[in-house]
Design a protein around this ligand. Structure first.
Ligand code: TYM
Length: 340
Protein backbone atom coordinates (compact mmCIF):
# COMPACT_ATOMS: atom_id res chain seq x y z
CA UNK A 1 0.00 0.00 0.00
CA UNK A 2 1.18 3.53 -0.72
CA UNK A 3 2.35 5.49 2.30
CA UNK A 4 1.33 8.98 3.38
CA UNK A 5 3.13 11.24 5.86
CA UNK A 6 2.22 14.65 7.23
CA UNK A 7 3.00 16.78 10.25
CA UNK A 8 1.91 19.84 12.19
CA UNK A 9 4.11 22.08 14.34
CA UNK A 10 3.19 22.53 18.03
CA UNK A 11 3.96 26.24 17.96
CA UNK A 12 0.55 27.77 18.62
CA UNK A 13 -3.16 27.02 18.90
CA UNK A 14 -4.61 25.06 15.99
CA UNK A 15 -6.82 27.07 13.65
CA UNK A 16 -9.31 26.58 10.84
CA UNK A 17 -6.51 26.68 8.21
CA UNK A 18 -4.75 23.74 9.86
CA UNK A 19 -8.04 21.86 9.99
CA UNK A 20 -9.17 22.49 6.41
CA UNK A 21 -5.74 22.41 4.74
CA UNK A 22 -4.46 19.40 6.65
CA UNK A 23 -6.23 17.51 9.47
CA UNK A 24 -9.60 17.13 7.74
CA UNK A 25 -7.88 15.61 4.74
CA UNK A 26 -5.79 13.17 6.78
CA UNK A 27 -8.85 11.18 7.83
CA UNK A 28 -10.10 9.54 4.58
CA UNK A 29 -6.53 8.59 3.58
CA UNK A 30 -6.57 6.06 6.45
CA UNK A 31 -8.82 3.83 4.38
CA UNK A 32 -6.65 3.74 1.27
CA UNK A 33 -3.08 4.32 2.47
CA UNK A 34 -0.69 3.47 5.23
CA UNK A 35 -0.83 6.77 7.15
CA UNK A 36 1.75 8.39 9.43
CA UNK A 37 0.82 11.64 11.19
CA UNK A 38 3.41 13.41 13.26
CA UNK A 39 3.53 16.26 15.76
CA UNK A 40 6.76 17.92 14.66
CA UNK A 41 8.13 19.22 17.94
CA UNK A 42 11.68 19.43 16.57
CA UNK A 43 10.44 21.81 13.89
CA UNK A 44 8.63 23.91 16.49
CA UNK A 45 11.84 24.78 18.35
CA UNK A 46 13.42 26.37 15.27
CA UNK A 47 11.92 29.48 16.84
CA UNK A 48 11.80 29.95 20.62
CA UNK A 49 9.10 27.92 22.36
CA UNK A 50 8.33 28.04 26.03
CA UNK A 51 8.82 24.38 27.08
CA UNK A 52 5.50 24.21 28.93
CA UNK A 53 3.66 25.57 25.88
CA UNK A 54 5.49 23.12 23.62
CA UNK A 55 4.18 20.21 25.70
CA UNK A 56 0.65 21.61 25.84
CA UNK A 57 0.51 22.16 22.09
CA UNK A 58 1.99 18.72 21.40
CA UNK A 59 -0.88 17.11 23.31
CA UNK A 60 -3.36 19.47 21.69
CA UNK A 61 -2.36 18.48 18.15
CA UNK A 62 -2.32 14.77 18.93
CA UNK A 63 -5.78 15.20 20.48
CA UNK A 64 -7.00 17.11 17.41
CA UNK A 65 -5.86 14.29 15.15
CA UNK A 66 -7.90 11.79 17.11
CA UNK A 67 -10.89 14.07 17.71
CA UNK A 68 -11.09 14.79 13.97
CA UNK A 69 -11.39 11.07 13.23
CA UNK A 70 -7.92 9.55 13.03
CA UNK A 71 -7.87 6.07 14.55
CA UNK A 72 -4.59 5.46 16.39
CA UNK A 73 -4.85 1.78 15.51
CA UNK A 74 -5.01 2.51 11.79
CA UNK A 75 -2.78 5.60 11.62
CA UNK A 76 0.59 5.98 13.24
CA UNK A 77 0.35 9.04 15.50
CA UNK A 78 3.48 10.19 17.31
CA UNK A 79 5.73 13.14 18.09
CA UNK A 80 8.87 13.56 16.04
CA UNK A 81 11.43 13.78 18.87
CA UNK A 82 10.61 10.25 20.03
CA UNK A 83 12.05 8.80 16.81
CA UNK A 84 15.64 9.99 16.69
CA UNK A 85 16.14 8.72 13.13
CA UNK A 86 14.48 11.97 11.98
CA UNK A 87 17.43 13.93 13.33
CA UNK A 88 19.98 11.48 11.97
CA UNK A 89 18.60 11.48 8.42
CA UNK A 90 18.22 15.26 8.46
CA UNK A 91 21.94 15.60 9.17
CA UNK A 92 22.74 13.54 6.12
CA UNK A 93 20.30 15.65 4.10
CA UNK A 94 22.04 18.79 5.39
CA UNK A 95 25.05 17.46 3.55
CA UNK A 96 23.04 16.72 0.38
CA UNK A 97 21.03 19.96 0.15
CA UNK A 98 22.79 23.07 -1.19
CA UNK A 99 22.91 26.48 0.50
CA UNK A 100 21.43 28.05 -2.61
CA UNK A 101 18.37 25.78 -2.44
CA UNK A 102 17.70 26.75 1.16
CA UNK A 103 18.21 30.44 0.51
CA UNK A 104 15.40 30.36 -2.04
CA UNK A 105 12.81 29.12 0.49
CA UNK A 106 10.16 31.84 0.76
CA UNK A 107 9.00 30.63 4.18
CA UNK A 108 12.51 31.15 5.57
CA UNK A 109 12.73 34.58 3.99
CA UNK A 110 9.33 35.54 5.43
CA UNK A 111 10.17 34.29 8.91
CA UNK A 112 13.69 35.65 9.01
CA UNK A 113 12.59 38.99 7.59
CA UNK A 114 15.09 41.79 8.11
CA UNK A 115 16.75 39.89 10.89
CA UNK A 116 18.31 36.93 9.02
CA UNK A 117 21.59 37.18 10.95
CA UNK A 118 19.85 36.51 14.22
CA UNK A 119 17.57 33.53 13.48
CA UNK A 120 18.49 30.01 14.55
CA UNK A 121 20.55 27.78 12.30
CA UNK A 122 17.71 25.28 12.73
CA UNK A 123 15.28 27.63 11.02
CA UNK A 124 17.51 27.70 7.94
CA UNK A 125 17.81 23.90 7.91
CA UNK A 126 14.08 23.45 8.57
CA UNK A 127 13.20 22.10 5.08
CA UNK A 128 15.95 19.50 5.31
CA UNK A 129 14.41 18.08 8.50
CA UNK A 130 11.06 18.11 6.74
CA UNK A 131 12.51 16.09 3.85
CA UNK A 132 13.88 13.63 6.42
CA UNK A 133 10.42 13.28 8.03
CA UNK A 134 8.91 12.30 4.71
CA UNK A 135 11.68 10.20 3.17
CA UNK A 136 12.54 8.27 6.35
CA UNK A 137 9.35 6.33 5.64
CA UNK A 138 9.78 6.41 1.85
CA UNK A 139 6.42 8.20 1.77
CA UNK A 140 4.90 8.77 -1.64
CA UNK A 141 2.15 11.28 -0.75
CA UNK A 142 2.03 14.28 1.56
CA UNK A 143 -1.28 16.01 2.33
CA UNK A 144 -0.60 19.68 3.17
CA UNK A 145 -1.94 23.18 2.52
CA UNK A 146 -0.65 25.34 -0.35
CA UNK A 147 1.99 27.04 1.81
CA UNK A 148 4.04 23.82 2.00
CA UNK A 149 4.38 23.29 -1.77
CA UNK A 150 7.86 24.78 -2.05
CA UNK A 151 9.15 22.64 0.83
CA UNK A 152 7.89 19.53 -0.93
CA UNK A 153 9.65 20.51 -4.15
CA UNK A 154 12.84 20.75 -2.12
CA UNK A 155 12.11 17.29 -0.67
CA UNK A 156 12.00 15.93 -4.22
CA UNK A 157 15.26 17.71 -5.07
CA UNK A 158 16.98 16.18 -2.04
CA UNK A 159 15.66 12.71 -2.92
CA UNK A 160 16.85 13.06 -6.51
CA UNK A 161 20.31 14.29 -5.53
CA UNK A 162 20.74 11.49 -2.97
CA UNK A 163 19.62 8.90 -5.55
CA UNK A 164 22.05 10.38 -8.05
CA UNK A 165 25.08 10.95 -5.80
CA UNK A 166 24.93 7.44 -4.33
CA UNK A 167 23.75 5.60 -7.45
CA UNK A 168 26.53 2.99 -7.35
CA UNK A 169 26.21 2.29 -3.63
CA UNK A 170 22.41 2.07 -3.88
CA UNK A 171 22.82 -0.62 -6.53
CA UNK A 172 25.57 -2.39 -4.58
CA UNK A 173 23.24 -2.51 -1.58
CA UNK A 174 20.80 -4.55 -3.62
CA UNK A 175 18.29 -1.84 -4.57
CA UNK A 176 16.99 -1.77 -8.10
CA UNK A 177 16.46 1.78 -9.29
CA UNK A 178 16.07 4.77 -6.97
CA UNK A 179 16.39 4.50 -3.19
CA UNK A 180 14.06 7.40 -2.23
CA UNK A 181 10.73 7.82 -4.05
CA UNK A 182 9.46 11.00 -5.68
CA UNK A 183 6.82 12.32 -3.29
CA UNK A 184 3.58 13.81 -4.49
CA UNK A 185 2.08 16.96 -2.94
CA UNK A 186 -1.56 16.28 -2.09
CA UNK A 187 -3.09 19.77 -2.06
CA UNK A 188 -6.23 19.96 -4.17
CA UNK A 189 -9.76 21.07 -3.37
CA UNK A 190 -11.18 24.20 -1.74
CA UNK A 191 -9.55 25.98 1.23
CA UNK A 192 -5.97 24.89 0.52
CA UNK A 193 -4.97 28.42 1.52
CA UNK A 194 -7.39 29.78 4.12
CA UNK A 195 -7.03 33.57 4.44
CA UNK A 196 -7.19 35.85 7.43
CA UNK A 197 -10.78 36.92 8.08
CA UNK A 198 -9.58 40.52 8.28
CA UNK A 199 -7.28 40.65 5.26
CA UNK A 200 -7.79 38.58 2.12
CA UNK A 201 -4.16 39.03 1.09
CA UNK A 202 -2.80 37.22 4.18
CA UNK A 203 -3.08 33.57 5.14
CA UNK A 204 -4.73 32.56 8.38
CA UNK A 205 -1.88 31.71 10.75
CA UNK A 206 -1.06 30.70 14.32
CA UNK A 207 0.56 34.08 14.93
CA UNK A 208 -1.75 36.86 13.78
CA UNK A 209 -1.99 40.02 15.84
CA UNK A 210 -5.70 40.57 15.18
CA UNK A 211 -7.88 38.46 17.45
CA UNK A 212 -10.73 38.41 14.99
CA UNK A 213 -8.69 37.27 12.00
CA UNK A 214 -8.29 33.62 13.03
CA UNK A 215 -10.80 30.95 14.00
CA UNK A 216 -9.18 28.61 16.49
CA UNK A 217 -10.27 24.98 16.82
CA UNK A 218 -10.95 25.54 20.52
CA UNK A 219 -13.07 28.69 20.04
CA UNK A 220 -16.59 28.42 21.47
CA UNK A 221 -19.71 28.67 19.30
CA UNK A 222 -20.39 32.33 20.11
CA UNK A 223 -16.85 33.40 19.32
CA UNK A 224 -16.85 31.54 16.00
CA UNK A 225 -20.14 33.20 15.02
CA UNK A 226 -18.81 36.63 16.05
CA UNK A 227 -15.62 36.24 14.03
CA UNK A 228 -17.50 35.19 10.91
CA UNK A 229 -20.03 38.01 11.32
CA UNK A 230 -17.21 40.56 11.59
CA UNK A 231 -15.19 39.10 8.69
CA UNK A 232 -14.19 41.69 6.11
CA UNK A 233 -16.08 41.40 2.79
CA UNK A 234 -17.02 43.57 -0.18
CA UNK A 235 -20.63 44.75 -0.53
CA UNK A 236 -21.63 42.70 -3.57
CA UNK A 237 -23.93 39.71 -3.68
CA UNK A 238 -22.44 36.25 -4.17
CA UNK A 239 -21.89 35.29 -7.82
CA UNK A 240 -23.61 32.23 -9.26
CA UNK A 241 -20.42 30.52 -10.41
CA UNK A 242 -16.77 30.24 -9.34
CA UNK A 243 -15.45 32.52 -12.12
CA UNK A 244 -17.38 35.39 -10.52
CA UNK A 245 -15.10 35.22 -7.46
CA UNK A 246 -12.04 36.37 -9.43
CA UNK A 247 -10.57 39.49 -7.84
CA UNK A 248 -12.76 39.06 -4.72
CA UNK A 249 -10.27 37.47 -2.30
CA UNK A 250 -12.43 37.76 0.84
CA UNK A 251 -15.52 36.38 -0.88
CA UNK A 252 -13.51 33.55 -2.40
CA UNK A 253 -12.11 32.72 1.03
CA UNK A 254 -15.48 32.47 2.79
CA UNK A 255 -17.07 30.45 -0.02
CA UNK A 256 -14.05 28.13 -0.07
CA UNK A 257 -14.36 27.61 3.68
CA UNK A 258 -18.04 26.80 3.29
CA UNK A 259 -17.31 24.31 0.51
CA UNK A 260 -14.59 22.55 2.51
CA UNK A 261 -16.64 22.40 5.72
CA UNK A 262 -19.63 20.95 3.87
CA UNK A 263 -17.56 18.56 1.74
CA UNK A 264 -18.84 20.04 -1.49
CA UNK A 265 -17.37 22.25 -4.23
CA UNK A 266 -17.30 26.02 -4.63
CA UNK A 267 -19.68 25.63 -7.58
CA UNK A 268 -22.17 23.69 -5.45
CA UNK A 269 -22.08 26.40 -2.78
CA UNK A 270 -22.63 29.14 -5.35
CA UNK A 271 -25.44 27.18 -6.98
CA UNK A 272 -27.18 27.44 -3.60
CA UNK A 273 -26.19 30.99 -2.52
CA UNK A 274 -25.57 32.83 -5.82
CA UNK A 275 -27.42 36.16 -5.87
CA UNK A 276 -27.72 36.32 -2.06
CA UNK A 277 -25.93 38.84 0.15
CA UNK A 278 -23.62 38.45 3.12
CA UNK A 279 -26.51 38.93 5.51
CA UNK A 280 -27.78 35.53 4.42
CA UNK A 281 -24.50 33.77 3.80
CA UNK A 282 -22.57 34.63 6.97
CA UNK A 283 -25.08 33.18 9.46
CA UNK A 284 -25.27 30.00 7.38
CA UNK A 285 -21.47 29.74 7.36
CA UNK A 286 -21.31 30.36 11.11
CA UNK A 287 -23.84 27.64 11.80
CA UNK A 288 -21.98 25.21 9.57
CA UNK A 289 -18.60 26.02 11.16
CA UNK A 290 -19.97 25.53 14.67
CA UNK A 291 -21.63 22.24 13.75
CA UNK A 292 -18.34 20.87 12.41
CA UNK A 293 -15.87 22.34 14.90
CA UNK A 294 -17.72 22.15 18.23
CA UNK A 295 -17.83 18.35 18.52
CA UNK A 296 -14.12 18.22 17.67
CA UNK A 297 -13.27 20.84 20.30
CA UNK A 298 -15.29 18.92 22.94
CA UNK A 299 -13.45 15.69 22.17
CA UNK A 300 -10.08 17.50 22.17
CA UNK A 301 -10.79 18.84 25.66
CA UNK A 302 -11.65 15.36 26.88
CA UNK A 303 -8.48 13.88 25.38
CA UNK A 304 -5.99 16.51 26.58
CA UNK A 305 -7.30 16.05 30.11
CA UNK A 306 -5.89 12.50 30.14
CA UNK A 307 -2.15 12.70 29.58
CA UNK A 308 -1.65 9.03 30.42
CA UNK A 309 -3.86 7.97 27.52
CA UNK A 310 -2.18 10.45 25.15
CA UNK A 311 1.30 9.35 26.27
CA UNK A 312 0.41 5.72 25.56
CA UNK A 313 -0.87 6.56 22.09
CA UNK A 314 2.23 8.62 21.22
CA UNK A 315 4.58 5.94 22.57
CA UNK A 316 2.86 3.19 20.60
CA UNK A 317 2.94 5.37 17.48
CA UNK A 318 6.63 6.09 17.95
CA UNK A 319 7.36 2.35 18.31
CA UNK A 320 5.56 1.59 15.05
CA UNK A 321 7.22 4.52 13.28
CA UNK A 322 10.65 3.37 14.43
CA UNK A 323 9.99 -0.13 13.11
CA UNK A 324 9.62 1.35 9.62
CA UNK A 325 12.42 3.91 10.00
CA UNK A 326 15.19 1.70 11.34
CA UNK A 327 15.65 -0.60 8.33
CA UNK A 328 15.60 2.44 6.03
CA UNK A 329 18.20 4.16 8.19
CA UNK A 330 20.38 1.02 8.23
CA UNK A 331 20.37 1.06 4.43
CA UNK A 332 21.17 4.79 4.38
CA UNK A 333 24.16 4.32 6.71
CA UNK A 334 25.51 1.56 4.47
CA UNK A 335 24.92 3.54 1.30
CA UNK A 336 26.68 6.63 2.67
CA UNK A 337 29.62 4.52 3.88
CA UNK A 338 29.33 4.72 7.65
CA UNK A 339 31.10 1.78 9.30
CA UNK A 340 28.82 -0.22 11.56
P1 TYM B 1 2.25 24.04 10.01
O1 TYM B 1 2.31 23.53 11.39
O2 TYM B 1 2.55 25.48 9.76
O3 TYM B 1 0.82 23.78 9.41
C1 TYM B 1 0.24 22.50 9.48
C2 TYM B 1 -0.60 22.21 8.25
O4 TYM B 1 -1.64 23.20 8.13
C3 TYM B 1 -1.58 23.77 6.83
N1 TYM B 1 -1.98 25.18 6.92
C4 TYM B 1 -2.93 25.74 6.16
N2 TYM B 1 -3.70 25.23 5.19
C5 TYM B 1 -4.57 26.07 4.60
N3 TYM B 1 -4.71 27.37 4.95
C6 TYM B 1 -3.94 27.93 5.92
N4 TYM B 1 -4.08 29.20 6.28
C7 TYM B 1 -2.98 27.09 6.58
N5 TYM B 1 -2.08 27.30 7.56
C8 TYM B 1 -1.47 26.12 7.76
C9 TYM B 1 -0.14 23.62 6.38
O5 TYM B 1 -0.04 23.68 4.97
C10 TYM B 1 0.22 22.28 6.95
O6 TYM B 1 -0.23 21.23 6.09
N6 TYM B 1 6.41 22.52 7.74
C11 TYM B 1 5.11 22.07 8.20
C12 TYM B 1 5.16 20.93 9.17
C13 TYM B 1 5.89 19.72 8.70
C14 TYM B 1 5.46 18.80 7.69
C15 TYM B 1 6.48 17.81 7.64
C16 TYM B 1 4.36 18.73 6.86
C17 TYM B 1 7.08 19.27 9.16
N7 TYM B 1 7.44 18.11 8.53
C18 TYM B 1 6.37 16.74 6.74
C19 TYM B 1 4.27 17.66 5.98
C20 TYM B 1 5.28 16.68 5.92
C21 TYM B 1 4.44 23.25 8.89
O7 TYM B 1 5.05 24.17 9.35
O8 TYM B 1 3.12 23.13 9.05
Amino acid sequence: TPRVFSGIKPSGDLHLGNYLGAIRRFVPLQETHETIYCVVDMHAITVWQDPADLKRWTYEIAAAYIAAGLDPKKSIIFNQSQVMEHAELSWIFNCVARMGWMERMTQFKDKAGENAENVSLGLFAYPSLMAADILLYKSTGVPVGEDQRQHLELTRDIAKKFNHDFKKQIKANGHRGDFFPVTETLATGPAMRVKSLKDGTKKMSKSDASDLSTIYMMDGADLIAKKIKRATTDADALPSEAAGLAGRAEAENLVGIYAALSNTSVDDVLAQYGGQGWGAFKPALAELAVSVLSPIADEMKRLVADHAEMDAILRDGADRARAIAQPVMNDVRNIVGFVR
